[in-house]
Design a binder for this molecule. Structure first.
Ligand code: FAD
Length: 528
């Protein structure tokens, strides 16, 4: 049974006025849907997301499904009316209104959480498969609205954890699996979308389907990175590994991008026994600016960054390699130290600019939680976030560095500029998500946290800067893709998907023929 939401908090910066598509007031939810009305403030809150960039009309209804059958009922309600659409909303951490369904139905997936289960599995049980080993492993079954930090807490009780993460864990399983889900473990295990064994999905026709690589594979791979276009994920089975007890977290600094990226690529291509368990990196300004500069590098309050150790001819930006090694409580401290030293020894970072600390695995995975708290305290969490995420081919990353990091972004962005390599062969090409052609490509993430204008820069100037970067990539023929894409026309979507576009369209026709799902992505108009 569908229960109507009363859980959304009162939105910030929004008036109690119902903006219709044309600015006129919003009609009541269509009677044909059979759904009851939701109070306006809850609908406004459901339309708002982390980006805070769009002022699209709110949904007509917000529903809290408890089961896949509830999702089916909501989809059938949408199908029963000519124009109604429906979106799942995980945590609403989208930037461009992707989880909204203007005048439609938003499913608040926070009602589909809890009741997780660790499942023992046996590999290679296919009798026809030669060399079947029957080795065992574990997965966790979670609901589609589950939040990754709760998945972590649950699995740690059993000494286990998912293998692949995002940096920030207050994101829903359904939300990250609809995009990709990347972090410093992705070079080894691939993104989160390749760490799923099976899902339960409700298609755009309202059918509840169990899918995996072997069973309904087209739907399975379509949904992974599918931007919510082919079905609502109501359950996912995630691969687990044994969780380490502790992590050695290290940051080292480079003045030269070639040295930095060469070392990053060396580390992500080494055998796992000879490398770190987590590899990321970021760009910061060659200054003592409190947000954009060298103070963003040390890990502990007593650690200091000596800018005198940076050569006088260094450019306007510097680079920080961020790496981590897992270890167990019982491991000998000297052995860990020796292993770390051996792995760091060939790297060309600035000696004297190494920062390190040991922390529990849980605290490491929750390392950006304190940034959320700080941003909430200083007012940058609720301000607009014109974020930009790109995948840039390794063959273009040096030129990108000189044209973008050292010119367009030379003064920083008021937040983190992440840059780290990923490995294409760890991504399954059958999934919907598209990546550059090169075997090694970089995630570049502009995580802007600015105070609202006029205390901070104007939103228009930041959006213009994002566009300038995209234009720079296009005009220089870089091999690149926007990650967590948003486009303004179907032609732009076509260009984004490139030769995968026809497959995407075919999957839409097969699994959501009336184009009811995820209208906030603005890919397919509702079929009437
Ligand atoms: P929502 O914004 O609620 O939804 C996103 C899209 O997925 C919508 O189209 C929605 O309809 C669809 N959707 C949601 N749930 C379901 C479901 N159950 N079934 C089908 N479709 C569904 N990404 C990374 O890869 N790595 C990071 O390190 C990372 N860090 C981030 C840090 C912050 C602070 C923020 C705000 C975002 C970060 N992201 C990161 C981006 C994040 O992965 C995406 O924005 C993701 O979509 C957010 O999940 P959500 O639950 O908030 O999704």
């Amino acid at each position: 049974m569908i229960v109507f939401s009363d859980r959304f908090p009162q939105p910030h910066h929004q008036q109690q006025q119902d903006p219709g598509q044309d600015g006129s007031s919003q009609p009541d939810p269509p009677a044909a849907s059979g759904l009851e009305p939701t109070p306006l403030h809850l609908r406004l809150a459901a339309a708002r997301d982390f980006g805070g960039l769009r002022a699209d009309p709110p949904p007509a209804t917000v529903a809290l499904p408890s089961t896949a059958s509830d999702v089916t009922r909501a989809i059938r309600a949408a199908l029963s009316h000519q124009t109604l659409t429906l979106s799942a909303r995980g945590c609403g951490h989208s930037v461009h209104g992707q989880a909204n369904a203007p005048h439609g139905i938003v499913l608040d997936m926070s009602s589909m959480r809890g009741s997780m289960a660790v499942i023992p599995r046996v590999a290679n049980t296919d009798p026809e498969q030669a060399g079947s080993t029957g080795s065992s492993y574990f997965c966790v079954d979670v609901k589609g609205g589950e939040v990754w930090e709760d998945v972590l807490r649950f699995c740690l009780q059993f000494g286990m954890a998912p293998r692949s993460w995002t940096d920030f864990l207050s994101l829903s399983v359904g939300g990250t699996l609809s995009n990709g889900g990347v972090s410093g473990q992705s070079f080894r295990y691939g993104p989160q979308v390749v760490n799923v064994e099976e899902m339960e999905v409700v298609t755009g026709s309202g059918e509840v389907v169990r899918c995996s690589e072997r069973e309904n594979g087209e739907l399975f791979f379509g949904v992974l990175g599918g931007l919510g276009q082919f079905g609502i994920i109501t359950r996912a089975r995630i691969l687990l590994q044994k969780a380490p007890d502790m992590v050695r977290w290290i940051r080292v600094v480079y003045a030269d991008f070639d040295d930095f990226s060469r070392d990053q690529e060396l580390l992500v291509t080494r055998a796992s026994s000879e490398s770190f368990d987590y590899i990321e990196g970021f760009v910061f300004t060659n200054s003592d600016h409190p947000v954009n500069g060298c103070h963003s590098v040390p890990l502990l309050p007593h650690q200091t960054f000596d800018l005198n150790l940076i050569p006088a001819n260094a450019g306007p930006v510097l680079y920080c390699l961020e790496i981590a090694l897992h270890f167990a409580n019982r491991d000998d401290a000297k052995t860990i130290e020796k292993r770390v030293s051996q792995m760091l020894e060939p790297l060309k970072f600035r000696r004297g600019l190494k920062f390190s600390c040991d922390l529990t695995y849980y605290d490491f995975l929750q390392r950006v939680k304190s940034n959320e708290e700080a941003a909430k305290a200083n007012g940058t969490w609720d301000a607009p976030h014109p974020w930009l995420n790109l995948f840039i081919s390794s063959k273009n990353i040096q030129e990108f560095d000189s044209k973008v990091f050292n010119k367009i972004l030379k003064n920083g962005i008021g937040g983190s500029i992440l840059v780290y390599p990923l490995i294409k062969s760890k991504w399954d090409p059958r999934m919907s998500v598209v990546v550059p052609d090169n075997e090694i490509f970089y995630l570049v993430a502009l995580l802007r946290f600015n105070k609202p204008y006029p205390e901070g820069p104007s939103l228009q100037s930041l959006l213009a800067q994002n566009q300038e970067i995209i234009d720079c990539c296009t005009s220089n023929n870089f091999d690149f893709k926007v990650y967590i894409p948003h486009c303004n026309s179907q032609d732009q979507w076509k260009a984004h998907f490139g030769n995968q576009w026809s497959r995407f369209v075919e999957r839409k026709a097969a699994f959501d023929p009336m184009a009811v799902l995820a209208p906030g992505q603005r890919i397919f108009p509702r079929v009437q």
